[in-house]
Design a binder for this molecule. Sequence first.
Ligand code: GSH
Length: 210
Amino acid sequence: MKLYHCVGARSLRALWTVEERGLDCELVVMPFPPRKKVTGWLSANPLGTIPLFVERDTRMTESVAIAQYLATGSSLAVTPDEADYGWYLDFLHHADATLTFPQTVYMRYRLFEPHRGLETAGDLYADWYVARLAKVAARLDNRDFLCAGRFTAADIAIAYSLYLSTRIGLSDRLPPRLAEWLATMTARPGFQAALAREAAAPVVSDLTAM
Ligand SMILES: N[C@@H](CCC(=O)N[C@@H](CS)C(=O)NCC(=O)O)C(=O)O
C-alpha cells in the first residue's frame, strides 16, 4: 500500500486510519499543490488532486473512500448488520460532500485568490459551512462517537473536516461541543502518530526520480 499525501490535506483521513490500524503503508509526502509543484504528479493522478492511494491495481482518489476501505474488517468499520450502518454511511459522505466542500470555496476565494475580488463568496461559504455543522452537533450532543458507540471511520472523516477549519482560521466558529469533541479526537494516539509521520517524512517533488 502506498499513500500520496500533503501535510494537512484531506489525505490525512487516510493516514490517520493507517495509524489507528497500525497498517504497513508507504507514505509519500509532497508539496502543496502537487498539481503545480510535483513533476510526474498528473501522470500518477490525472485529477491532479491529493490524495492518491495505491494497492496493486486499485487507485483511489477520494479521502473518505480510502479511510472506509482501510477501516473495512476492523472495529473502525460499521457493518450492514449493525443498527447504525445507515448513520455510518451518511456521516462518511457528509464529511466531504457537505462539510469540506464549502471550506474549500472559502479557502480559495478568501485566502488563496483574493485578487479575483470574490472574497464575499468565500465568506458566504464559510457561513454555509458553519450552518451545516448543526447535524453533527446534534448527533454529538449526548454521544462521544458518531455511530455504533465506538470510534469509527465516520469519526475520522468528520473530525478531519473540523480540523481543517481550525487550520484555516475558522476555529472560533465551531460550537463549543464540537471544539471539545475535536480535541478528544485529535488527542488520540492514532491522530498524533499521523501528524508525527507527516512532519517527519521527506518532501518529494519529483516522482520520476522514485
Ligand atoms: N473529494 C476529494 C477531494 C480531493 C481534493 O480536492 N483535494 C485537494 C486538497 S485537500 C486538492 O488536491 N487541491 C489542490 C488542487 O486541486 O490542485 C477527497 O475527499 O479526497
